[in-house]
Design a protein around this ligand. Structure first.
Ligand SMILES: NS(=O)(=O)c1ncc[nH]1
Ligand SMILES: [Zn+2]
Length: 259
C-alpha cells in the first residue's frame, strides 16, 4: 500500500508511515517575501550543466523524472548558500489540474500552475545520493515556478517525450538535454532549510527557490496531464495531476533572500 496524492493515500495521510511529516523542517512552505531576510552574505548561485550527463526520462508513478549521470562534477550547482558544489541527480515537476494551483511552494499565499525541482546532492561530504538524502546538508533542490502564458520555446523537448512514458514504470532514453534552457533570466532566490516534499520526506534539503517564474503554455502543461499515476495493466485510468504537497508549518525557520 504505497503513498500517493489521493484522498486515502495523499499528503494528509503520509505521517502514518512517515512520522517526520510533522517535523520541524518540512517542505514546501508559503514564502512571504516581506518576512524574508535580505542577506548580503548570500552570493549568486552558479549552475554548470553539461548536456552529456542527461540519461533518461521516466514515469515513477508520482511525477515525470529526467535522470542524470552523477558520477562526476560535470553538472553542478554552487554558490549562494552552498558551501561546496552539489551534483545534479534528477529533475521533475509538480502540477495541478488548472492554472491557479499546482506548485508546492506558494508566495504570499499564491500558487503557480507548476513547479520544477532540480535535485542535487553533496558529493564532497557524502559517498552516495542515498547517504546524502538522509543528512541535514545532503541535498540542494532548485525550485522554479511555472506560470501559464506563451509556449516555452524549449519545454517541447520534454513534452514531446511524454507519450513514451505515459504509464508508471515506463522509461526511455533522454540524451543530450541541458536543463539550463529551463531557467528564467534572473537567478534571484529565496533559501531556507527544509525537506523532500515526497515520502520519505527526509529533512535534508537546502531549498533554493527562484523568484522569477518561467512561462509555459496551457497546451504544454496539458501534456503533463496525459501522464498516468497508474501502470499500463492497471484497470483504472488515473490521470497524473495535483501531484503537489501543500505548504507546511514554517516553525522556527528563517527564509533568506538574495538581492
Ligand atoms: N519533491 S522533491 O524535490 O523534494 C523530491 N526529490 C526526490 C524526492 N522528493
Ligand atoms: Zn519535487
Amino acid at each position: 500500500h504505497h503513498w500517493g496524492y489521493g484522498k486515502e493515500d495523499g499528503p494528509s495521510a503520509w505521517h502514518r508511515q512517515y512520522p517526520v511529516a510533522k517535523g520541524n523542517r518540512q517542505s514546501p512552505i508559503d514564502i512571504i517575501p516581506d518576512e524574508a531576510r535580505r542577506d548580503s552574505s548570500l552570493g549568486p548561485i552558479f549552475l554548470k550543466y553539461d548536456r552529456c550527463t542527461s540519461l533518461n526520462i521516466s514515469n515513477n508513478g508520482h511525477s515525470v523524472v529526467v535522470e542524470f549521470n552523477d558520477s562526476d562534477d560535470r553538472s553542478v550547482i554552487q554558490g549562494g548558500p552552498l558551501d561546496n558544489p552539489y551534483r545534479l541527480k534528477q529533475f521533475h515537476f509538480h502540477w495541478g489540474e488548472k492554472g491557479c494551483e499546482g506548485s508546492e511552494h506558494t508566495v504570499a499565499g499564491v500558487g503557480y500552475a507548476s513547479e520544477l525541482h532540480l535535485v542535487h546532492w553533496n558529493a564532497v561530504k557524502y559517498k552516495t545520493f542515498e547517504e546524502a538524502a538522509t543528512a541535514p546538508d545532503g541535498l540542494a533542490v532548485l525550485g522554479i515556478f511555472l506560470e501559464v502564458g506563451d509556449d516555452h520555446r524549449w519545454l517541447h523537448m520534454i513534452t514531446d517525450a511524454l507519450y513514451m512514458v505515459k504509464f508508471k514504470g515506463s522509461s526511455t532514453d533522454f540524451k543530450g538535454f541541458n536543463p539550463k534552457c529551463l531557467l528564467p533570466s534572473n537567478l534571484h532566490y529565496w533559501t531556507y532549510l527544509g525537506s523532500l516534499t515526497t515520502p520519505p520526506l527526509h529533512e535534508s534539503v537546502i531549498w533554493i527557490v527562484l523568484k522569477e517564474p518561467i512561462v509555459v503554455s496551457d497546451k504544454q502543461l496539458g501534456m503533463f496531464r496525459l501522464l498516468q499515476f497508474s501502470g499500463e495493466e492497471d484497470g483504472r485510468r488515473m490521470r497524473m495531476e495535483n501531484n503537489f504537497r501543500p505548504p507546511q508549518p514554517l516553525k522556527e525557520r528563517l527564509v533568506r533572500s538574495s538581492n
